[in-house]
Design a protein around this ligand. Sequence first.
Ligand code: SF4
Ligand code: FES
Length: 141
Amino acid sequence: MNIKPTKREYPGDEVTIIWQAHKCIHSEKCWRNLGEVFRYGQKPWVDPNGGSGEVIRKQIDQCPSGALSYVGQEKAELVSEGDLHATLVPNGPIIVKGAIKFTHPDGSSSIEENPVLCRCGASAKKPFCDGSHKKIGFEAS
Ligand code: SF4
Ligand code: FES
């Protein structure tokens, strides 16, 4: 594993945004649709007061990878650790529904809910997809 999961919170007046960079598959939906909040290339790149809570929550609900979430967001209930479903995205990653326990090279472990996993081999954030499959023109059914 190249990276360890990280979780950062951005508290705002109406919503607290949660950002897990390792899950982002760079679909670009957030910053293309709501650039006042998801400020690509700026630091910090998230401004939780850049829009109303309702607008921000609606946009976050569209994040395909779960990299963005917010405090209080409804999550799919996981029946058990053994209840896993994997969807192969054509020319793209594997979207897992369920929780997977990852053991890191240093012996520590973390549990990831609904991870999006690389299957093209080009991600710099393996085992997670980082959108590189688009750059390399990965093809798989
Ligand atoms: S995966 Fe989510 S966080 Fe990443 S660019 Fe797309 S909408 Fe934004
Ligand atoms: S499948 Fe997305 S980076 Fe490999």
